[in-house]
Design a protein around this ligand. Sequence first.
Ligand SMILES: [Zn+2]
Length: 273
Amino acid sequence: MTAPHSTSTDKAPVHWADIGVNLTDKQFRDDRSEVIQRAEAAGVVWQLLTGTNVEESRQAIELARDHDGLQATAGLHPHSARFYSGSLENELRELLARPGVKAAGEMGLDFNRDFSPRPDQERAFEAQLALATEFGLPVFLHERDAHDRFYPILKAHRDALPGAVVHCFTGSRKALFDYLDLDCHIGITGWVCDERRGKPLAELLHNIPDNRLLLETDAPYLLPRDLPEPPPKKRRNEPSLLPWIGQRVAQWRGQKVEQVADMTYRNARALFG
Ligand SMILES: [Zn+2]
């Protein structure tokens, strides 16, 4: 394995797309432009910034406006679903109409943490699926330990949606095939770089069709556990590390790194227009 920042000299530059970057997180407050520059230098030329509430979505949209290669989502994370209201929906509506917004979300169900009551989560999820339909936007989905409820809700809306990605997929084989049946894209993170915890997921990777695979760092979270020493200061993940994840994914799928970069980049551009 070569270091994540190394580039080969005899090949055309490889382009990567990171479809899940929480660039508005306060962990990036002091060096956001350096993070963007490092990503570009590593070939990560396209990033989708995750909006998890109204304020962060607004900030993500502003970043997207000011930087080539950045685009945003706008939505309310299931953790905050208890705050969903008519007035919040109006604010989301205003954000979803803005240029630079390429998906509705982050939305979904998280029954692992249960930070919001489950009925509130389902209500906010359904309402945002309807909003995505209204605006003709693909959806950026979060599902954790909630497949049994998430799947029928998504299924009921799926035909009306132009596209959907189940981001940071870490579920079972059955869940994977259910989402592929609904013609969802699957977002894979550095979870697969964890030898112990990530192995069941890594072993499923070859089941994802070439045209449904997407890659994401979910930075600043989910720092790959198998990076060469020394690990980044603050143990913070960032989009420049996406090629490291891509390299692992390529190994598990038995494909060339360049091929994985190319197809996941093209999938992101096709899904998020
Ligand atoms: Zn998420």
